[in-house]
Design a protein around this ligand. Structure first.
Ligand SMILES: Cc1ncc(COP(=O)(O)O)c(C=O)c1O
Length: 459
């Protein structure tokens, strides 16, 4: 009891200081300052604990990053042992052991053709790098390709918050205000089956959503450097899962029209969709692939952009030819983060993570079917361990709830009262637990979310 009191006093002060000094991302601070935010003190396995000693299931893997659970001994050990050697040295003109070893590992597990690893430290920079590499590639490849300067992306896309990444994004709420700062892009239709107009009629999907990408590529391929896509699932848009064949066909269209294909695997990579990389679902081999989030098992910031050898070759030449890729962040290839990532990849192998995951994916799929019994669950979208439960005012017409009702936010507050931390995307309830979660913990997570949706939407 006395301990609890001391902890409570500490929490109160931390909350005050938090509100006084910290500006939180994607957060309306006016609301936040009137709330009682959790202050997370520690984590173990699938759980996070606040400063008052309360335990919560980490239902979104601390923003889609955690893979093997919190406090994973092997990763923590790798970090500590690397810190004892050196915490940072630059990759500009020098190298370090973990960065080299990790690059080899990443190339070995990535889709065939990807041969070179360019490090950075977050998903947005990994995307910026892919965009800049593809742009520069065509500039340096030949005189005939110099006009290829533009990008195609999908409506509803999210590729990060830096200006290049926002330029290839398509989420109005996040991106609209920055429009005058952005470079213009071609936006192809998003394959959003739940809100597909073709579905209203006698529905048989023939991937009509691909037509807009095809016509953009047909008409403008001479000026397009690359197409960028979140393979299989548009995450931030509300877990929009692609219909079968969409990714494969999009890849084929790019090949046919001589446009580079950038796979943004930042959210979907490292087992999240049930395969190591989401591109594997449709045997897609990208020209460039952006990785971050789960790359260190959710411990330290690290990112990588992988490229084919063909792309890499276009950057080779005499210094005076200025073909160098003049890009590099200070903490690029940080040895501690790379050591963590190596340990995480070893765990994938040693603990047969992907094999064990399949049973949990099936369990999740079966249990999620029950959610349709709720009056306001319109759509359930799942790809492996990525789930979006869309809540609507009217199931029949698929009419959304009015924004001002903040249904999604209210559901997550209910879940928090019941010991689960999740985060919504509007009125889409997102479930992204660590891949290591046990079936029993998964069951609790689902029960709590079911109950929370029921209380908010039917209560
Ligand atoms: C698909 C995708 N790309 C890029 C990013 C940006 O990553 P970061 O937040 O690490 O910059 C995100 C983040 O959610 C993402 O989901």
């Amino acid at each position: 009891m006395p301990i609890r009191k001391i902890q409570n006093r500490g929490t109160g002060r931390l909350r005050l200081m938090d509100k006084k000094y910290v500006w939180h991302p994607f957060t309306q601070m006016k609301d936040y300052s009137g709330s009682s935010p959790l202050i997370i003190a520690r984590g173990k396995g699938s759980f996070i604990y606040d400063t008052e000693g309360n335990r919560y299931i980490d239902g979104v893997s601390s923003l889609w990053v955690n893979v093997h659970g919190h406090g994973k001994k092997k990763i923590d050990g790798a970090i500590i042992s690397q810190v004892k050697k050196i915490s940072h040295s630059t990759l500009l003109g020098l190298s370090n052991e973990p960065a080299v070893r990790l690059a080899e590992k990443l190339v070995k597990i990535s889709p065939k053709g990807l041969a070179k690893v360019f490090y950075s430290d977050n998903g947005s920079t990994a995307v910026e790098i892919a965009l800049k590499i593809s742009y520069q590639y065509w500039q340096q490849k030949s005189k005939a390709t110099k006009k290829k300067k533009k990008f195609v992306c999908l409506a509803n896309a999210y590729h990060g918050d830096t200006i290049g990444a926002v330029s290839v994004g398509g989420i109005k709420l996040f991106h609209e205000i920055y429009k005058p700062m952005l470079f213009t892009t071609f936006k192809a239709k998003s394959p959003f089956c739940y809100r597909c107009s073709a579905r209203e009629t006698d529905y048989k999907c023939s991937l009509e959503c691909l037509n807009s990408l095809e016509s953009i590529l047909k008409k403008h391929h001479g000026e397009i450097a690359a197409f960028i896509v979140e393979p299989m699932v548009q995450g931030a848009a509300g877990m929009i899962v692609f219909p079968k064949g969409f990714l494969r066909e999009a890849r084929n269209l790019c090949l046919r029209h001589n446009v580079l294909f950038i796979a943004d695997e930042v959210a979907v990579g490292f087992g999240r969709t049930g395969k190591m990389f989401a591109c594997e679902h449709e045997n897609v081999r990208p020209d460039l692939m952006a990785l971050a989030k789960g790359i260190t098992g959710g411990t330290l910031p690290l990112a990588a952009t992988l490229a084919t050898d063909e792309i890499y070759q276009a950057f080779l030449g005499e210094v005076r030819e200025t073909k160098t890729f003049y890009h590099g962040h200070t903490y690029t290839g940080n040895p501690v983060a790379c050591a963590a990532s190596i340990a995480s990849l070893e765990i994938f192998e040693e603990e047969k993570v992907l094999k064990l995951l399949q049973r949990k994916i099936e369990f999740l799929e079966n249990r999620l079917k029950n959610f349709y019994s709720l009056n306001h669950v319109g759509d359930i979208r799942q790809c492996g361990f990525m789930v979006g439960i869309e809540l609507v005012e009217n199931k029949k017409t698929r009419k959304p709830f009015p924004v001002k009702k903040t249904i999604g936010h209210r559901v997550i507050l209910e879940a928090r009262k019941r010991g689960v931390v999740i985060r919504p995307l509007g009125d889409v309830i997102v479930l992204m637990p660590p891949l290591s979660i046990s079936v029993k913990e998964l069951e609790t997570l689902l029960e709590v979310v079911f109950e929370s949706i029921k209380v908010v939407t039917e209560g």
